[in-house]
Write a protein that binds this ligand. Structure first.
Ligand code: MF3
Ligand code: CO
Length: 260
């Protein structure tokens, strides 16, 4: 199903987007060497509850996971790239962490992910990988707008990732967002321009480029959720929820502090 929000619903989508973005920035600021992934999960839970929002994850039981997720945020470290189930594990200097958070506020969902390196080190391969997903996300957003096609976004994202030297996996990608987290249309991270659903004002999309160094093959962790690089190589993920407007695109998951 594809949901189109009415103009009167857009303020609620903005509020949900700001909440998700602000929580992610706060968690990034607190996550440091020695931080346990379960602490990050608890902080996320507290922030969601305090805001009067609800988690899209805790009861989520899709076909690609084992039972309800049971946690409030995805914490994917190093070779873990998507759906990282929080475990009793402390972050170490140089770990590449992806945090992915989706909540529902006043009936509207926002979904966003950020990747960063823990501590003071800046391993060039990790930084390059994170920046490639951020550039791909920006290119996908630039290709969106009323009248554009889903394939235009997929092509833009895939081109940036491929040109940066990363094989692209099309099993998991972006998606429509609305009153629930995962809706149509699916937005693959590679595709052909001019194909697919035509974007309309009021459509919310989560765009989420992700890559693994040197491979496109995923393996599922023994926890039944966490998806890892098949070769154990590092990985990164960036995600925004955007709204298609009458004359362009609005990025909903921008932190309050970064708004002009
Ligand atoms: N928010 C993720 C996405 O970007 C989905 C996570 S599902 C979970 O689409 F159950 F693993 F949390
Ligand atoms: Co998503």
């Amino acid at each position: 199903m594809i949901e189109i929000l009415s103009p009167s619903e857009l303020p609620r989508a903005r509020a949900a987007g700001a909440l998700v973005a602000d929580i992610l920035q706060t968690l990034k600021g607190r996550a440091t060497v020695g931080t346990n992934l379960l602490d990050i999960d608890r902080w996320a839970e507290t922030a969601i509850v305090e805001a009067g929002a609800s988690s899209c994850y805790v009861d989520y039981a899709p076909s690609f996971g084992r039972g309800p997720f049971g946690h409030y945020i995805c914490t994917s470290v190093n070779d873990a790239v998507l759906h990282g189930l929080p475990h009793d594990r402390a972050l170490a200097e140089g770990d590449l962490v992806s945090l992915d958070l989706a909540v529902s506020l006043d009936g509207v969902v926002a979904d966003s992910a950020i990747s960063f390196v823990v501590g003071e080190s800046r391993p060039p391969e990790s930084v390059a990988m994170i920046e490639a997903t951020e550039r791909a996300l920006a290119a996908g957003i630039a290709a969106a707008g009323p009248g554009a096609r889903v394939g235009d976004i997929s092509y833009a994202i895939g081109s940036v990732l491929s040109e940066a030297g990363y094989p692209v996996n099309t099993q998991f990608g972006g998606h429509g967002v609305g009153s629930t987290m995962h809706q149509d249309p699916h937005v693959a991270n590679a595709g052909r321009p001019g194909r697919g659903y035509t974007l309309r004002p009021g459509l919310l999309l989560a765009l989420e480029p992700w890559v693994m160094a040197g491979t496109a093959e995923l393996v599922t962790d023994a926890d039944g959720w966490t998806l890892r690089s098949a070769t154990g190589s590092r990985s990164a993920h960036s995600e925004h929820t955007i709204a298609i407007t009458g004359d362009g695109v609005e990025i909903l998951t921008v932190p309050t502090t970064a708004r002009s």
